[in-house]
Write a protein that binds this ligand. Structure first.
Ligand code: SAM
Length: 312
């Protein structure tokens, strides 16, 4: 997740203004974009397209091929309400209740973090481990700690049919959403939720333990962008006094749940590389590989236990 830099939304107008939206698809898209431009949202063209497509049930192709398509009053009213919510600061994916991650749709709920594109770096880093275990053993067991929408585990098992995942979270609401997402993707039979405080109720051993834990220092949470602070759940963000508490727990307890040749892959805040490396090194791991996010910042780390029985 890319939760920085901190920006202020105080310049946003409080409502999108009065007046009817046009009833033709092409003009409607232009009007939506202008509304969002006037409200100074980050990417008005993209966000207008997302909202228009969602609330009119149209595609990007429809706008190009049928700009004169008539849009009914009910749909325009829904879009108008959505534009007002956006202008008031609600993130676009929260409004439509869904966000794409690694090419798959994920339903959101108030209990889940919105999966962020930067987390795809963690999936890319972990995927070769999953493929290798599947090729060598005919299966791969994944443990995803703090699964949220299920984004990481579901991206991995969707890419490797022989893989299955146990997905934990402290939030039962998040686990319900994750299970719905697994079912929506047709992977519900390879995805098992476990309500647990980190490893507390986890049983068995895994080829890969993966996690994007909360990693914002407590005192920084209140300085986050308001769209993050007010719409992502606090327990998905707050990583304790220095933001590193979950890494300490994972590094300390992962060995009890790793199979031979198992690996641990974690997402990090982009300034946390050396701190997280120290935590894992002190617990008997070596850093095997790093991955950077779309902004070329350190974002994911792959660790191997020193006593790993398999190949280095
Ligand atoms: C940063 S979010 C990551 C969500 C998802 N994996 C993703 O990448 O989009 C961290 C997740 O950890 C969960 N979490 C926080 N504290 C936890 C704990 N003590 N035990 C298990 N999960 C926890 C939160 O509920 C949240 O879903």
């Amino acid at each position: 997740m890319d939760l920085f830099p901190i920006t202020s939304q105080s310049c946003l107008p409080k409502s999108m203004g009065e007046g009817e939206l046009p009833d033709r698809l092409g003009s409607l898209l232009v009007a939506a974009r202008k509304n969002l431009e006037a409200a100074d949202v980050d990417d008005p063209a993209l966000e207008a397209r997302i909202l228009v497509e969602h609330f009119t049930g149209t595609s990007r192709l429809d706008v190009l091929t049928s700009p004169d398509r008539q849009i009914g009053e009910a749909q325009r009213n829904l879009l108008k309400a959505a534009l007002s919510e956006r202008v008031e600061g609600k993130p676009v994916y929260r409004i439509i209740g869904r966000r794409e991650f690694y090419g798959l749709p994920f339903d959101l709920s108030p209990d889940t973090l919105e999966p962020r594109p930067d987390t795809e770096a963690l999936v890319e880093l972990a995927l070769p481990i999953v493929r290798r275990a599947a090729a060598e053993q005919g299966k791969c067991r994944i443990l995803d700690l703090g699964t949220g929408t299920g984004a990481i585990a579901l991206a991995l098992i969707n890419a490797v049919p022989q893989a299955e995942a146990v997905a934990t979270d402290i939030s039962s609401g998040a686990l319900e959403t994750a299970q719905r997402n697994a079912d929506m993707h047709g992977n519900g039979n390879r995805f098992f939720t476990c309500h647990s405080n980190w490893f507390e109720h986890v049983e068995g051993r895994f080829d890969l333990i993966v996690s994007n834990p909360p990693y914002i220092p407590t005192t920084d949470v209140e300085r986050l962008d308001v769209e993050v602070r007010e719409h992502d759940p606090l327990r998905a963000l707050d990583g304790g006094a220095d933001g590193l508490d979950p890494y300490r727990i994972i590094a300390e307890q992962a060995a009890d749940h790793l199979g031979d040749n198992g690996r641990v892959a974690v997402e990090i805040g982009y300034t946390q590389k050396s701190d997280v490396e120290n935590i894992f090194t002190n617990s008997g791991y070596v850093l095997e590989q790093m991955a950077r996010d779309l902004g070329k910042r350190d974002r994911a780390m792959l660790f191997r236990p020193l006593q790993c029985l398999g190949r280095p």
